[in-house]
Design a binder for this molecule. Sequence first.
Ligand code: FAS
Ligand code: PHB
Length: 394
Amino acid sequence: MIHKTQIGIVGAGPSGLLLSRLLALQGIDSIIVERQSRDYVEGRIRAGVLEQGTMDLLDEAKVGERMHEEGLLHSGVELCFNGERHAIDFVKLTGGKTVMVYGQTEVTKDLNNALHAAGAQIVYEAEDVTVNDFDTDHPSIRYSKDGEAHEIQCDFIAGCDGFHGISRSSIPDDRINLFERVYPFAWLGILVETPPVSDELVYSNTDHGFALYSMRSMTLSRFYLQCAPDEDINEWSDNRIWDELAYRLDDEGAKNLTPAPLLEKGITPMRSFVAEPMRFGNMFLVGDAAHIVPPTGAKGLNLAVGDVRYLWRALIDHYKKGDGGRLERYSETCLRRVWKAQRFSWWLTSLMHRFPEASPFDRRTQLAELDFVTSTEAGARAMAENYVGLPFDD
Ligand code: FAS
Ligand code: PHB
């Protein structure tokens, strides 16, 4: 069966859903093809922190109401090392900026609800998805569903299909440059119905490794522990997890740790990854399809939203003004922001984690940098400005 639309979108994660929603509000139509079910996509526990730019774009998409009602505005974070916690005050250091703690799961649900209420075309559980002829003026997405073959004929393809998707992997090797750093550790993440240990997120660097004490609400916490990259999750009993969470906190914080049954437990590998360029003919790579950051800096989802924002504005210029300038500059503009977020994410990951090959000298300089960040305005401001999200270039 043949379908026609203006924008064919592969992937119904936050990138694909947000792009489709923003375009629809401008009268630009799209079809999303997703290989998983809606429940599966909404059930993935991922990002937790939204920059102001992300909040603004969700408001622009008219899906921000529940975020403002249920989300938690945070005015800083705390860095813990040598048994002490140090506040990084975003509001003071950035002239009033904050971040919103509101799970990606909830963002995805809000987008799905708005899209389905507006009759959006989203094909879930699609099989054998391919992207075709993206170097021509008649690109297409092909897939099968319930045994029937389908083709979406479109003007442009948005590859919003994440790190393991088919958009990037459809690019010939001689047309794409890949940059990657794989870290010698992973994160063991848990979701648990227990109060947070502090009003702000706590990032901790200890001799046992990194830990992050985050939250989804004042009764639902999200904790992470640095572990080996090939960790066997079965080696981590609940008791061992709670003991390590207590060990990697300062004494005051550890008193606030209240063990409770785990709702979710999983291991996330750590990598930095960028694909250049991000445009191939009439196909655009968006979000995790083009870049991955270690989640330490809470940039993954926010970077994806930054790409969506730029592509959305470029497509409006194309369709409403006949101006292809932003489309031409898509890759250059997105990558400029991507690489600054890559640098920050790499820096904060290097600052907060224990590296197996680190020498005693490395350990001392790591602690000295933590001292610089938490005891000087220059160090703290550099951290704060990057964490709340750098301004958009265009
Ligand atoms: P996504 O990967 O979210 O979505 C891609 C979609 O495309 C998926 O639904 C997938 O099923 C679909 N797809 C893939 N192949 C397809 C095909 N062939 N055909 C059709 N559909 C296909 N970021 C943070 O900021 N903080 C965090 O703490 C954090 N934790 C994370 C934990 C994990 C385990 C992972 C994997 C990522 C984490 N991230 C985190 C990053 C994450 O939030 C991403 O940045 C965000 O999901 C990016 O959104 P998308 O670009 O839409 O990609
Ligand atoms: C989360 O709450 O999942 C989270 C928060 C901040 C990070 C990473 C993950 O840097």
